[in-house]
Structure formats: structure tokens, C-alpha cells
Design a protein around this ligand. Structure first.
Ligand code: 13P
Length: 234
């Protein structure tokens, strides 16, 4: 099996530092460094710096990602977080275009496109979430082939997010092939939406994705670790 990307999107959880620390420490202790996996945890912004320092001697086992960022590097933009700041604190990835941001924060393809360009410019890797195939071309407009190669594209059907109704493998594979038709056969793609330890492996083995974007169970260390363990290169 090729290396699988396992991305944990904590969304706006947990609400205390202590809980965030406990969750991170449990996962960090519970997983091993393995060639078969790249584990990326995307916590709320306020925990990023703290968790980076919390890795102590375990450097490299877990990579950190943000869940969003500004489309500008700096300036009078109250409440925004710059990709420059994220890079400086050791963040490697940024989730962009998540369905929840498109829906609840009115993010547009044009805005997402700007953010992707700035994230790439700052040496971070975007994890672009899409739920419709037409979003790809709009979100990646004006970006070179080489730069596109650095982007993980995640298919998250809106109806599968947080509902317990995961997409079936055949349908997920169909969408995956549509992405690959646009970006090339080898382009790394992720599936997200109601993943659990029971259904996770199928998205790699049957639907041919390169990894998973996990919400709910990324907050449950036991189940998350169990899911990660499925991908160890034994
Ligand atoms: P769930 O795993 O809770 O369905 O969330 C998926 C998701 O939105 C990950 O970004």
C-alpha cells in the first residue's frame, strides 16, 4: 500500500486547552512513526503553537495544519490569520474551501483561489475541499501544474459530513476518477465524510483515494488511533 495521508479536522473542538492537550498527547502516544502514513492534525488556530511545542522529542510523527487562513499576508484585517504566521509557527498544511466555510461563511471559489495561491507562495500545502467537480477548475484557476501537484484535493460530499452516512465506495471512486481526469492519475486525493475505523480502509483499497479527511472520530483518540493503525506498512 502507498503512503496514506490521514488528516484530522478537529473543527471548533475541543473547547479547552487541557482537552486539546490531552487529545493530542493521546494520539501522539498511540501512533507510531511509520512509512505507511502521514498524520496531519488540524486543530483550531489557538492551539497550533502550543501543540507544536508539545511534540517535544516526537518531531515528525504528527504534522500540523490550520483549518483556514486569510487571503492577505498582513494588514488591517481584524480577526484574520495570515499564512505567513502559520508558516512561522511550524504549520505545514492549510485546509481551504471546506464545505462548512463555503456554507456558513459564504466563501467563494474566487476567494478560495486567492487563498490557495497565497498559501502556496508561503510554502504551505493546501488541502482543498470540494463537494462538486466544477469547483476544481475555479479554485485552481491560474495555478501552475507544478504548484497544483502540491495540493491534496479532498472530496467531501456535503450530505456525508457529520451525518453517519458515508459515501459508498463505488460512488466515491467515481468522483475520485473525475478529479483524476482533471488533475492527472497520480494526483493525491482524499475522501472525507462520516469515516470510522470500520469503513476507512475501503476508501483507499476500493475507491483508490490516497488518504482520508476525518472529522468526528478525530476527537476520539481510541477510534482515531485504530483507524491510523490500519495503514501501517507492516
Ligand atoms: P465527519 O468525519 O464528522 O463526517 O466530518 C468530515 C469533515 O468534514 C472533515 O473535514
Amino acid at each position: 500500500m502507498k503512503k496514506a495521508f490521514i488528516v484530522a479536522n478537529w473543527k471548533m473542538n475541543p473547547v479547552t486547552f487541557k482537552e486539546a492537550e490531552n487529545l493530542f498527547v493521546s494520539v501522539n502516544k498511540g501512533i507510531k512513526k511509520d512509512k505507511g502514513i502521514e498524520v496531519i492534525i488540524c486543530p483550531p488556530f489557538v492551539y497550533l503553537n502550543f501543540l507544536k511545542k508539545n511534540q517535544k522529542g516526537e518531531k515528525g510523527k504528527i504534522r500540523l495544519g490550520a483549518q483556514n487562513c486569510s487571503s492577505q499576508e498582513k494588514g488591517a484585517l481584524t480577526g484574520e490569520i495570515s499564512p505567513v504566521m502559520l508558516k512561522k509557527i511550524g504549520c505545514e498544511y492549510v485546509i481551504l474551501g471546506h464545505f462548512e466555510r463555503r456554507k456558513y461563511f459564504s466563501e467563494t471559489d474566487e476567494g478560495i483561489n486567492k487563498k490557495i495561491k497565497l498559501v502556496l507562495k508561503n510554502g504551505l500545502k493546501p488541502i482543498l475541499c470540494i463537494n462538486e467537480i466544477l469547483q476544481i477548475k475555479k479554485d485552481l484557476k491560474g495555478i501552475s501544474k507544478k504548484e497544483i501537484g502540491k495540493i491534496l484535493v479532498a472530496y467531501e460530499p456535503a450530505w456525508a459530513i457529520g451525518t453517519g452516512k458515508a459515501c459508498d465506495y463505488t460512488q466515491a471512486k467515481k468522483f475520485n476518477l473525475l478529479i483524476k481526469k482533471v488533475l492527472g492519475k497520480k494526483h493525491p486525493t482524499l475522501y472525507g465524510g462520516s469515516i470510522n475505523a470500520q469503513n476507512a480502509l475501503g476508501y483507499i483499497q476500493k475507491s483508490e483515494f490516497s488518504g482520508l479527511l476525518i472529522g468526528g472520530i478525530s476527537l476520539k483518540p481510541k477510534e482515531f488511533i485504530k483507524t491510523v493503525e490500519l495503514f501501517y506498512n507492516k
